[in-house]
Write a protein that binds this ligand. Structure first.
Ligand code: C5P
Length: 225
C-alpha cells in the first residue's frame, strides 16, 4: 500500500545519460543506466503525482502512468525540462548530463583520409539543467522544489554539501559509493539545510519510495504550488 502523498502534484524527473553527437554516426555518452531516475518516476506516480520523465538514451520500460519524453543531447534535455517544469511542483534531476559537447557536429561521417592524421575534437560546455531550473522564476518563488543528485568517488558528504550550495537547491542526494552503473541497489545520503542523513543500501525502487516520502514531507512543511 502506497499512501498518495503526492496527489495533485506534478513531478518532473530527468534520467539517464545524454548523447552528444560528433557526426551522424558517432557521439559521446556515459554509463548511466537511468535506473534511479526511472525508479523515482515510478515511486512518484505510485504516490499519486502526475509525472513527466525526461529520458536520455536508456534501455528501460516506461513506468506505468508516467509521461515520458525521450531526448538525446543536453540541449534537448534542457528544452524539454524547462517546458515540463512550468506546471510542476517538484523537479528531480538524476540525469548524468554530459559536461561538454563537441563544439561542432559534422554533417557527414568523419572519414579517415589515409594519411594517419587523427581528428582533433573541440568541446564547449553544456548547460547545467539543474542549476538553470533552480535559478528560474518558479524555483526562486518557492513554487518548484528542486532535488539534485551527486555521484562522487571521494569525500561524498563534503562534495555533496558544497554542490547543494552551488546549485542553490534545498535537497541534494549523494550516491554512496562505490561508483557502479546499472546496479539494482544503492545507498543514498540526503543533504539538506538541517544536515546529513543516510538511507541504507536497498533496492533502488525502495530508496525511490523513501525519497518520494521525504520530498512529500518537505512539501507539506513549506507548501509549494
Ligand atoms: O555538477 P554535477 O554534474 O556533479 O551535478 C550533478 C547534478 O546536477 C545531478 O542532479 C545532475 O542531474 C545535474 N546536472 C544537470 N545538468 C548538467 C550537469 C548536472 O542537470 N549539465
Amino acid at each position: 500500500f502506497q499512501p498518495k502523498v503526492l496527489a495533485g502534484r506534478h513531478v518532473v524527473v530527468t534520467a539517464g545519460p545524454t548523447f552528444e553527437a560528433l557526426d551522424p554516426i558517432r557521439g559521446i555518452t556515459n554509463h548511466s543506466s537511468g535506473k534511479m531516475g526511472f525508479a523515482i518516476a515510478r515511486a512518484a506516480r505510485e504516490a499519486g503525482a502526475e509525472v513527466t520523465l525526461v529520458a536520455g538514451p536508456v534501455h528501460l520500460a516506461t513506468p506505468r502512468g508516467v509521461q515520458r519524453i525521450d531526448v538525446k543531447s543536453a540541449q534537448q534535455m534542457l528544452q524539454a525540462t524547462q517546458a515540463a517544469v512550468q506546471q510542476a511542483s517538484v523537479f528531480v534531476a538524476t540525469a548524468a548530463v554530459a559536461d561538454w559537447r563537441p563544439a561542432s557536429q559534422a554533417e557527414h561521417k568523419i572519414k579517415k583520409d589515409g594519411s594517419g592524421a587523427t581528428p582533433v575534437l573541440h568541446f564547449v560546455e553544456n548547460p547545467d539543467i539543474l542549476a538553470t531550473v533552480a535559478q528560474g522564476e518558479r524555483a526562486r518563488s518557492g513554487a518548484l522544489f528542486c532535488v539534485g543528485f551527486a555521484a562522487e568517488s571521494e569525500n561524498l558528504a563534503e562534495h555533496a554539501k558544497a554542490k547543494r550550495a552551488r546549485k542553490g537547491i534545498p535537497l541534494l542526494v549523494g550516491n554512496i559509493g562505490p561508483l557502479t552503473f546499472g546496479q539494482d541497489d544503492n545507498a543514498l545520503l540526503l543533504v539538506d539545510a538541517q544536515g546529513v542523513r543516510e538511507l541504507p543500501r536497498a533496492p533502488k525502487l525502495q530508496l525511490a519510495r523513501e525519497l518520494v516520502a521525504e520530498i512529500a514531507a518537505r512539501l507539506q512543511r513549506a507548501p509549494h504550488a
